[in-house]
Design a protein around this ligand. Structure first.
Ligand SMILES: [Zn+2]
Length: 486
C-alpha cells in the first residue's frame, strides 16, 4: 500500500486540519462519564455541550436563539406484550411493535402490496385502493430487490424500502395502522448479534411525524391473514403490477405500554455564514449506545470518528483566509441510533431552505478498516486491504455530487467504493443520517468506512482508529465542501 504523505498534498496547509486535535476530542467523547452518549441519558447532554463548545471556540455562529442546540422531543415506550394483542377472525396473531400511546382500534383491512407509491418508477400500490380508515397490510422490502435489471435501482435499494417511508405513505393515504408481512423472498441479511433493542423492550423511539402504529407479523402467522401471500409477492415481482385488494373481515389491535420514557435531545449546529442562504452541510451523529449488562459502549468509530471530523472541519473552515461563498452548516445529530431522529427533525425544521441546500456530506464510522462480520460474509465483496478504502452511499441518487467527490479525491488518494448503492442485503441506504435528506431530494452522500467486527460492541475503542484514514476522509470532506460552497 502506497501512502501519500498527508502534509504535502494539495491546497490545505497542515496546521489547518489537525489529527492531534481530533484525537483529543475523541478521547473526550468516549469517557465513562459520557457513557455511550445515548439519547435521554445524561451522557448525551455532556456530549452535545462538548461539541457546542467546540463550535463556539472555532468561531461558528449558534443556530438557535444564541444556543448551538436544536432541541427536539423523543418518546420511548416500553411495550407490554402481555396486555397487547392483534385479533383477526377470532384468532390471536403474534407480532412485534409498540406505539407511543395506548391503542384500541378495530377496522377493515386492505392489502397494499409493498405499500409503495413511486411515481418515478411508475409504480403505485395505492392506485385505486381506498385505504382510508383501514388497516393496511403490506410486505416489507421493495419489488424485484434481487433483480439487477429492476427499475427499483437494480440490486440497489431505493428510499421506498424504508419502514418509515412506508408508514408515512400509509398515513398519507388515511390508514389507521400498518401490518407488515416479512417478505418471503427478502435478501436482507439477518442482523448481527449486537442488534438487541436499545433499551429493555423499547425497540423504537417515536418522533412527531409518526401518527399510526406499525406492527410486524410473525412469519408463522402471516398465512392466517393472507393465505396466498407468497404467490402475491411473486406476481408483483414478475409483472411490477400492484395486486392490492381488500382482505375479508376486520382486525382488532390493542397496544399497551408498561411505561413511556419521554424527554428531549439535541442536534448540535454551528454556522459559518456565506454570502447567501444557499448552504452546504457537514454532518455526523454523536449519540451511541447505552450501558448493557455492565458493559460500556465507547462508540469511538460509531460515531466519535465522524463527530470529531466535523468539529475539525469547523475549525479549518472558520480559520481559513477566504470565506466560502455559500453558508457552511456543521451539524452533529442526536438520536441517530434510535432511527435517524435528529436528521429527520432537521429535515422537518431546516435552518436554511432545503431547496437551496446544495450538498450534505455525512460522516459516520470513518476511522476503522472495513472487514467482514457475520452480516456481510458471503453477501458483500469486501476487499482484502481496506486501509485506504472509503464507501460512498447515495451516489445512485446524486451522481453530480458523487462526481465532485471523485474529483476532490484526486488530491486525497482514497479508494472509493459505491458497493452499498448496489446491494440489497445490508440496508445501508436507510441506516444513516444522510437518508432523511435523500428522501427529501437534497443531494447527500454518506462517507462510510464500512462495517467491521466490534461494530456496536464494547470493543469500538479509540486504539483501533486508523488515523491515516481519518485525516484523509476529513480532508476529502473539506475539499468536497470547498468545491461545492464556492
Ligand atoms: Zn453511526
Amino acid at each position: 500500500m502506497k501512502l501519500i504523505p498527508f502534509l504535502l498534498t494539495g491546497l490545505l496547509a497542515a496546521q489547518e486540519l489537525s489529527v492531534e486535535r481530533m484525537k483529543s476530542d475523541l478521547n473526550a467523547l468516549v469517557t465513562r462519564e459520557m457513557n455511550g452518549r445515548v439519547a435521554l441519558e445524561p451522557g448525551s447532554k455532556l456530549a452535545a455541550d462538548f461539541i457546542a463548545e467546540g463550535f463556539r471556540k472555532a468561531g461558528l455562529q449558534p443556530c438557535c436563539n444564541g444556543s448551538y442546540l436544536q432541541e427536539f422531543p423523543l418518546v420511548a415506550p416500553l411495550g407490554d406484550p402481555s396486555a397487547s394483542r392483534l385479533i383477526y377472525q377470532g384468532k390471536s396473531l403474534s407480532f412485534t411493535g409498540t406505539f407511543k400511546t395506548a391503542v384500541d382500534l378495530r377496522a377493515p383491512l386492505v392489502f397494499a402490496g409493498y405499500g409503495i407509491t413511486a411515481p418515478e418508477y411508475k409504480y403505485d400500490d395505492y392506485l385505486g385502493l381506498d385505504a382510508k380508515g383501514k388497516i393496511v397490510v403490506i410486505f416489507d422490502r421493495e419489488p424485484q430487490e434481487a433483480d439487477a435489471k429492476s427499475v427499483f435501482l437494480g440490486k440497489g435499494l431505493t428510499k421506498h424500502v424504508a419502514p418509515r417511508v412506508k408508514r408515512l405513505n400509509a398515513q398519507a393515504h388515511g390508514a389507521v395502522a400498518v401490518l407488515v408481512i416479512p417478505s418471503p423472498r427478502s435478501t436482507t441479511a439477518p442482523p448481527a448479534g449486537a442488534s438487541a433493542p436499545l433499551r429493555g423492550g423499547a425497540a423504537t423511539m417515536f418522533d412527531e411525524a409518526i401518527r399510526i402504529p406499525m406492527l410486524t407479523l410473525s412469519k408463522t402467522d402471516v398465512a392466517k391473514l393472507l393465505p396466498d401471500y407468497e404467490s402475491l409477492q411473486d406476481g408483483i415481482d414478475r409483472t411490477l403490477r400492484p395486486a392490492s385488494r381488500s382482505v375479508p373481515g376486520e382486525a382488532e389491535i390493542r397496544l399497551r405500554n408498561r411505561g413511556v420514557q419521554q424527554g428531549v435531545t439535541w442536534n448540535v449546529i454551528g454556522i459559518l455564514p456565506g454570502e447567501s442562504q444557499e448552504a452546504v452541510l457537514l454532518t455526523s451523529h454523536y449519540d451511541h449506545l447505552p450501558e448493557r449488562d455492565g458493559h460500556f459502549y465507547p462508540g469511538a468509530n460509531d460515531n466519535g470518528s465522524g463527530t470529531v471530523a466535523v468539529m475539525e472541519l469547523a475549525r479549518a473552515f472558520a480559520a481559513g483566509k477566504k470565506r466560502p461563498r455559500r453558508t457552511l452548516v456543521f451539524i452533529s445529530f442526536g438520536a441517530e441510533e434510535e432511527g435517524l431522529l435528529g436528521a429527520f427533525h432537521y429535515v422537518e425544521h431546516p435552518l436554511f431552505p432545503l431547496a437551496g441546500t446544495k450538498a450534505v456530506i455525512n460522516l459516520d464510522m470513518i476511522g476503522r478498516d472495513e472487514a467482514h462480520t457475520s452480516q456481510t460474509e458471503g453477501r458483500l465483496n469486501v476487499p482484502a486491504d481496506t486501509r485506504l478504502h472509503l464507501n460512498l452511499l447515495g451516489g445512485a441518487y446524486f451522481p453530480a455530487l458523487l462526481k465532485q467527490v471523485r474529483r476532490a479525491n484526486a488530491k486525497v488518494g482514497l479508494d472509493l467504493d459505491e458497493k452499498f448503492d448496489h446491494d440489497s442485503t445490508q440496508n445501508a441506504i436507510y441506516r444513516c443520517d444522510h437518508f432523511p435528506f435523500l428522501v427529501a431530494g437534497v443531494p447527500d452522500l454518506w462517507f462510510f468506512g464500512g462495517w467491521h467486527p466490534g461494530y456496536h460492541e464494547p470493543s469500538d475503542t479509540v486504539e483501533k482508529i486508523n488515523w491515516e484514514k481519518m485525516q484523509r476522509v476529513t480532508r476529502l470532506a473539506y475539499l468536497t465542501a470547498q468545491r461545492i460552497a464556492n
